[in-house]
Design a protein around this ligand. Structure first.
Ligand code: HEC
Length: 158
């Protein structure tokens, strides 16, 4: 009789703890639905300062590989000039987040003609350096703001 009572107690304990686990999982599910990624969500950068971004473009020597029409940046090393694309043309076509991605994750989107244009090395990776260890988030936002501001250069839409 004592043994049976013990068995019953054990079973009751087991059952209640199982039920509790199940309830926990259900709660978690509901929570995820409520707090999950909202439909249509996209990543947005903090607002950048275009003038700061222009300074950074010079300081980080982006001009060594990228021409910017309408700008007269310091002497670009002849060997490196033209490695990357001219940047004012694409300003009108992309949000700042797209430029930010090019700067912190250069291999995320590679130009379909990258090989012919010499944008990628023999390993197929972009020649664009990865700046994620070198720039703060604010600096990335500033650079992106600068590139977007190039819209006015008169090459939009090409
Ligand atoms: C060593 C050369 C080099 C330097 C320095 C360089 N880039 Fe690039 N960059 C490239 C190449 C090559 C590509 C094109 C590769 C591709 O399409 O993935 C590129 C792509 C980009 C793009 C996307 C343009 C496009 O056509 O898709 C942006 C924006 C950009 N670079 C911004 C910058 C900024 C800002 C800096 C400085 C912080 C910088 N780059 C420094 C070589 C360079």
């Amino acid at each position: 009789m004592r043994q049976l009572t013990l068995l019953l107690v054990t079973l009751t304990v087991l059952f209640t703890s199982c039920a509790k686990d199940k309830k926990g999982a259900e709660e978690k599910h509901a929570e995820m639905e409520q707090h999950g990624t909202p439909p249509g969500w996209t990543f947005t950068l903090p607002k950048g300062d275009a003038a700061e971004g222009r300074n950074l473009f010079i300081k980080m020597e982006c001009y060594k590989c990228h021409e910017v029409k309408g700008e007269k940046f310091p002497q670009a090393a002849a060997s490196e000039k033209g490695v990357g694309s001219e940047l004012s043309q694409m300003a009108a076509m992309h949000p700042p987040e797209f430029f930010a991605e090019s700067i912190i994750n250069p291999n995320a989107v590679i130009d379909p003609d990258a090989k012919e244009r010499g944008y990628v090395g023999p390993d197929g990776k972009s020649k664009m350096p990865d700046y994620s260890d070198l720039l703060t988030v604010k600096q990335v936002a500033d650079l992106a703001a600068y590139l977007v501001s190039l819209k006015g250069a008169g090459h939009a839409g090409h």
